[in-house]
Design a protein around this ligand. Structure first.
Ligand SMILES: NC(=O)c1ccc[n+]([C@@H]2O[C@H](COP(=O)([O-])OP(=O)(O)OC[C@H]3O[C@@H](n4cnc5c(N)ncnc54)[C@H](OP(=O)(O)O)[C@@H]3O)[C@@H](O)[C@H]2O)c1
Length: 270
């Protein structure tokens, strides 16, 4: 790859995307971020182009604009995403569709447009930001967990399909990271009459406490930079607080019921 490398980061107006853009800029990368509303971020530290991952035309326009200006996309960090919380039994389908559209179909759409350019260039790297929540069906976060698990499976498929090309892709699963993600998370309403009321209420408090106690987003940025520079990418990586990062290993090693009991006691569900 040449220098400076052109890195496209979706969802770069805040949180992990913003921290990653800032960090890569300081190292001399040329970063182009995206936001649905760049005008809300007038003094952004790196350029933001308009992109809504729910809308194919918006993605096509953004990619066209970047290629017209830079002639290349070396790295795509597929980071835009949103959260959702609620008991499975009480989920409404509209927000569920929006989360899957944003967290799964969105990254797929962005990859489809970007891959065309990467094939032309003869190189490229794609880093899909999944979540450690995708390794477990977390209580009251089933839709989020499922959307991120699906992104991990799709990435595995794509890796196999791209084996005969010079393009590499992977997933990076963060654990709890201190970002404003809670502000845009969709919450199913807490209903006092619900059988899930107490557990859902306490899990919501835990959820926010975990994010607040999470790693700084720059830790994810540092990991992304390592992946950009890695010679050969593995299918999956993770970054986060120690216990969260080792939880998939514990899940693999422990008997299923023992692991489930651990998660249940972690969330005070007994
Ligand atoms: N924070 C955590 O603990 C954590 C843990 C694991 C994984 N993650 C994942 O990390 C990624 C970044 O999250 P974050 O924590 O940094 O949250 P964040 O601060 O809320 O950032 C989310 C970003 O996604 C963008 N976005 C949302 N919907 C979009 C859409 N329809 N089209 C285009 N962009 C959209 C937002 O941009 P605009 O609003 O400007 O359009 C924003 O820049 C997400 O995929 C999230 O699931 C976060």
């Amino acid at each position: 790859m040449k220098n400076p490398r052109i890195v496209l980061i979706t969802g770069a107006s805040s949180g992990i995307g913003l921290a990653t853009g800032n960090y890569l800029c300081t190292l001399g990368f040329k970063v182009i971020g995206t936001s649905r509303t760049p005008s809300k971020h007038p003094n952004h530290p790196f350029p933001l182009v308009t992109m809504d991952v729910l809308n194919s035309d918006s993605i096509q326009n953004a990619i066209n604009q970047i290629i017209a200006e830079h002639n290349c996309i070396d790295v795509l960090v597929n980071n835009a995403g949103m959260g959702m919380a609620g008991p499975v039994e009480e989920l409404e389908m509209e927000p569920l569709d929006k989360v899957f559209d944003t967290n799964l179909k969105g990254p797929i759409r962005v990859m489809q447009f970007t891959l065309k350019q990467m094939h032309k260039q003869g190189f490229g790297k794609i880093i899909n930001v999944a979540s450690l929540a995708g390794d477990n069906g977390l209580p009251f976060r089933g839709v989020y967990s499922a959307s991120k698990a699906a992104l991990m499976r799709i990435t595995e498929s794509l890796r196999l399909e791209l084996r005969h090309t010079p393009i590499q892709c992977t997933t990076l699963s963060p654990g709890s990271i201190q970002t404003p993600i809670a502000a845009s998370r969709f919450y199913a309403p807490l209903k006092e009459e619900s059988v899930y009321y107490q557990h859902y209420k306490s899990t919501l408090q835990d959820m926010d406490a975990h994010v607040n106690k999470g790693l700084k987003p720059v830790q994810v940025a540092i990991k992304i930079k390592k992946l950009i520079e890695a010679k050969k990418l593995k299918p999956h990586y993770s970054v986060g607080p120690f216990l969260e990062v080792v939880s998939p290993i514990i899940k693999f090693l422990l008997p299923q019921r023992m692991y489930e009991n651990l998660i249940a006691s972690f969330y005070n569900l007994n």
